[in-house]
Ligand binder design. Sequence first.
Ligand code: PXL
Length: 280
Amino acid sequence: MKQKRTVAINDISCMGKCSLTVALPIISSLGIETIVLPTAVLSAHTAFEGFTFCDLTDEFTPVTEHWKQRGEQFDCIYSGYLGSQRQIDLVARFIDDFKGDTTKVIIDPVLGDHGRLYKNFTQDFADSMAKLCSKADVITPNLTEASFMLGTEYKGEGYTEEYIKELLKKLAGLGAKKIILTGVSFDEKRLGVACYDSLTKEYTYYAGERIESMFHGTGDVWASSFTAAYVKGYGFEEAARIATDFTVECIKATIDDKDNHWYGVKFENCLADFCIKYAK
Ligand code: PXL
């Protein structure tokens, strides 16, 4: 049987458990070939003081031209952290060049968290990311990313389900077919995802246990496990549930060591179970 293959476009933060060091093992664990297109190499993710940054934008076109000459095809194009306007333009072109009739395009518009943009990002960059989202089958913003892409106020906590539904519809207006808003909570015990399919107009909400703690990279763990399950063949909402449960397990596996391990979750300890449950 033909093996499914995903191309993951993201940076390599050598240390810190996010982006490609998370996407590669998680997607591969469900038996999906994971081809990487690294956008930059950092000594560690940007929450570490003093990180180094080596931009790989100039490698993008030579690498993808080689793939084009070879006629490579992908079942999924998954993009995450992008570092510049030029990288957004290159990913847009990559999608135009490589999206086939059945290719799933998943864009995680990594921009920020807790109402703030990550280091070096601007509103202009968020606007460009919003344009890139028009090319996606699925986008997976958190509430911060949604606010910046829509140019609306970040509400923090205390919103209603009606507000979330409105936000999903506005996000659908960016042009993506399916929207998953992550980090949505209607009570202090649970945290989850709100999904909207702009074709069927169906809305669903799924929440897992809320664990009061803050780890970096959980957005990437969520988006990577969603991509793994969705490409594997689980439906969009089912894959969102699988990713939510997996992310909760990863946080639980880390919580007793949270001061040492603030920079990322111990997803490695949860991969065997993920594989047994979902690799089929
Ligand atoms: O987890 C998102 C992410 C990805 N890549 C880099 C980051 C971050 C978040 O801070 O710094 C380099």
